[in-house]
Design a protein around this ligand. Sequence first.
Ligand code: NAP
Length: 248
Amino acid sequence: MHRILILGGTAEARQLAHKLAGRDDVAVTLSLAGRTASPAPQGVPVRVGGFGGSKGLAKYLASERINVLIDATHPYASTMSDSAARAVELIDVRLLALRRPQWVPVRGDRWTEVADAQHALAALGKEPRHVFLALGRQELSPFKQAPQHHYLIRSVDPVSPPLAVPHATYVTGRGPFSEADDRALLREHHINAIVCKNSGGDATYGKIAAARSMQVEVIMITRPKLPDVPAVETVEDVLAWLDHADTP
Ligand code: NAP
């Protein structure tokens, strides 16, 4: 019997949970950080909020008698992934990471790759631009330093308090976002630069394809370094791994 904890917050984590939900040979809980006010239904029991670092996670795994930990967090949630990798050094639990492949630039893309939001800000330059900030609500504050730009900010929940800049427009929405819709959004807001993360997957690729077709620059914040643990790229790979995994 696998007693599984999925570290979630991604479409793949949700898909995996739904695939496992009906099975009687597994018991599944999904963990969310609590970043969105009303998360999409996950199909399995959900717990919400941090564990208190790797020791807190190890304690939780022991108390819930979890023997399989699936790290299906967002590729930029590296603190959580590091914590998972350290937790399984403290306790006998199998760990598998589900990491979607990153996007790679193709012909026609105009990408500038930068290490973080601060470097993205520098890459925008001093001249006023119309910038689509496709970042998490917690990642916006560096852009206060560049009040000359017009910002378009899209988030799942409203940004509160708003970013302290004179020109900001907010839209709320939950992916997937199509290329056609994102092209219309870029056109409507006269966007000439996008700042985003290399999330991978289809759900948020619309803006990348739209930018290509409209010759809009994409300032791409590169992925953080993730721990060196066994990893697969798809939900199907996780299911196959589970069917062959020995559990402690
Ligand atoms: P993080 O920096 O890796 O995590 C910070 C802390 O949040 C962790 O140390 C952990 O607290 C808690 N946490 C994170 N994921 C959790 C989970 N699935 N279950 C329980 N606790 C969790 O991640 P982040 O601050 O959420 O976001 C970092 C980047 O990932 C941002 O770029 C964000 O936009 C992106 N992202 C995150 C999510 C998400 O659901 N978290 C979704 C989409 C995108 P403790 O140390 O106390 O355990």
